[in-house]
Design a protein around this ligand. Structure first.
Ligand code: CP
Ligand code: NVA
Length: 307
């Protein structure tokens, strides 16, 4: 389809899990499972091109989107801020308008959610959130897929977070409302997730508990999750380490979880900081399946947006 013919169709963006209803998200996961199992061998994105825009580094997001596009029959072009006009101040809106004339969809990893919004407002093709400082929805779709593979339906499960109240936790809170699991988050008071996100989820009927006690959060959990203490762009490294040390996921903390509980981490991980080597490399860990599932779930997302 030429760019001009597309202009009048409202694009189907994948921006955040609170902006897509539960049935659609369930549908995306269903497709992801079918792609992974080989039950669906179709190539719904034949001849489609995805532009990937990176204003921050990435290993998994970049490679899993690229492989997903290629396996679904399409291809990618990659733009990094440093070697494009973005670094010289070309606006996000103008970048969106230009890219929309070349490609069938845009995945962006950026710092500010306002930029993601500006891109989506001005693009005439679907925009996918590949992480901002405020959320990481593709990651948490893969995490829910991994939870369900290991433990069965997410509904009614208990997921515990111990660590920074960061972008990944925000998407987990959105997911709790969308997939019906209980979420217990232990974070230092100064690093708690945004109140507006927690209030939104509770208003949607989600069971969300906030605490500063990791053992209380993890007690009886089916799944324990953490993430780096210092996200990309965060500056207060020493202060964060001091606040977050008591939230490390080690074997003693995992012992409070349900027998057979899984451990998830979006990666990259720092062994000895947010997680002990014994946990991430031990029997509870599902982190390699979780990383693999980025690719399968993003096939579901890409097919939903661009198919
Ligand atoms: N988990 C994740 O998004 O990894 P990358 O930063 O390597 O893309
Ligand atoms: N919270 C981390 C996730 C990295 C995939 C960050 O934003 O750096």
């Amino acid at each position: 389809m030429s760019a001009r013919n597309r202009v009048n169709k409202a694009p189907r963006h994948f921006l955040d899990l609170d902006r897509i209803d539960a049935a659609e998200l369930r549908n995306i996961l269903g497709h992801a499972v079918a792609f992974k199992s080989g039950r669906d061998r179709t190539k719904p994105l034949t001849d489609k091109i995805l532009a990937m825009v990176f204003e921050k580094p990435s290993t998994r997001t970049r490679l899993s989107f690229e492989v997903a596009m290629k396996q679904l029959g399409g291809d990618v072009v990659t733009l990094t801020a440093a070697d494009s006009q973005i670094s010289r101040g070309e606006t996000t809106a103008d970048t969106a308008r230009v890219l929309s004339r070349y490609v069938d969809g845009i995945m962006i990893r950026t710092d500010s959610p306002a930029k993601l919004e500006e891109l989506a407002q001005n693009a005439t093709v679907p925009v996918i959130n590949g992480l901002t400082d405020s959320s990481h929805p593709c990651q948490v779709m893969a995490d829910v897929m991994t939870l369900e593979e290991r433990k069965g339906p997410a509904k009614g499960k208990i997921v515990a977070w111990s660590g920074d109240g960061n972008n990944v936790l925000v998407s987990w809170i959105h997911a709790a409302a969308r997939f019906g699991f209980e979420l217990r988050a232990a974070c230092p008071a100064k690093l708690a997730p945004p109140e507006s996100v927690v209030n939104w989820a509770r208003a949607e009927g989600a069971k969300i508990t906030l605490t500063t006690d990791p053992a209380a959060a993890v007690a009886g959990a089916d799944c324990v999750v953490t993430d780096t203490w210092v996200s990309m762009g965060a500056k207060d490294r020493e202060e964060r380490h001091a606040m977050l040390r008591p939230f490390r996921v080690d074997e003693a903390l995992m012992a409070h979880a349900k027998r057979g509980a899984i451990f998830l981490h979006c990666l990259p991980a720092k062994r000895g900081e947010e997680v002990s080597a014994a946990v991430i490399d031990g029997p509870h860990s599902a982190v390699w399946d979780e990383a693999e599932n980025r690719m399968h779930v993003q096939k579901g997302i890409l097919a939903w947006c661009l198919g």
